[in-house]
Design a protein around this ligand. Sequence first.
Ligand SMILES: Nc1ncnc2c1ncn2[C@@H]1O[C@H](COP(=O)(O)OP(=O)(O)OP(=O)(O)O)[C@@H](O)[C@H]1O
Ligand SMILES: [Mg+2]
Length: 209
Amino acid sequence: MIVGVLNQKGGVGKTTLSVNIAASFSRLGGRVLLIDADPQGSSLDWAAARQVEPLVSVVGLPRASIHKEIEQIGRGYDHIVIDGPPRVTDLARSAIMASDVVLIPVQPSPYDIWAADEVVKLISEARVYKESLKAAFVVNRKIANTAIGRDVGEALASYELPTFDAQIVQRVVFAEAAAQGLAVHEIDEASAATAEIEAVRNELMEMTR
Ligand SMILES: Nc1ncnc2c1ncn2[C@@H]1O[C@H](COP(=O)(O)OP(=O)(O)OP(=O)(O)O)[C@@H](O)[C@H]1O
Ligand SMILES: [Mg+2]
């Protein structure tokens, strides 16, 4: 499966989800490739911070030709995750065209919900060429037991794309793991963060079944 994690809005959790979902796929066995399509190179930084054996292969490909190159670059991999760039529309468009599923992280804030219309538009455009393209929102940095946390699902329902049942809560361990180039399950396999990532991975797999 090729999962593109995209949203032109900055700082919504594209890299955090990309590295953890890629690592989570590797737990199923099989080979996983993480493509860093962001010129900032955050997934590459994550890989560079790592002191232990890699779980996934990481390559930088911040080019608007990902959709053309993916077949060759992704050969031999069971799962591919693309960490998308903020802002740069031509890169995002190419990453969307390369994907089987686009996962759109959104934070529970009205600004994020309004800003999502940009990526939703890109997905509608891509579907003209690629009818089979799937896409869904996932709430990231949910703050437990707050009204805004509950309302976000309702607000996202105004878009035609579905929202995952699984949500990722705001947790310090996501930043702590990132600093060491680790996935949250490597910090604590039994943690709530690990379970949240696995739930997102499972919904992705159900979507492409
Ligand atoms: N669920 C979470 N809990 C706590 N911190 C988080 C969570 N998700 C993301 N963060 C933090 O928020 C910041 C932005 O996240 P991240 O870099 O993943 O976003 P991004 O969408 O990739 O940003 P950019 O648009 O710059 O590429 C980081 O410092 C990250 O550690
Ligand atoms: Mg990023």
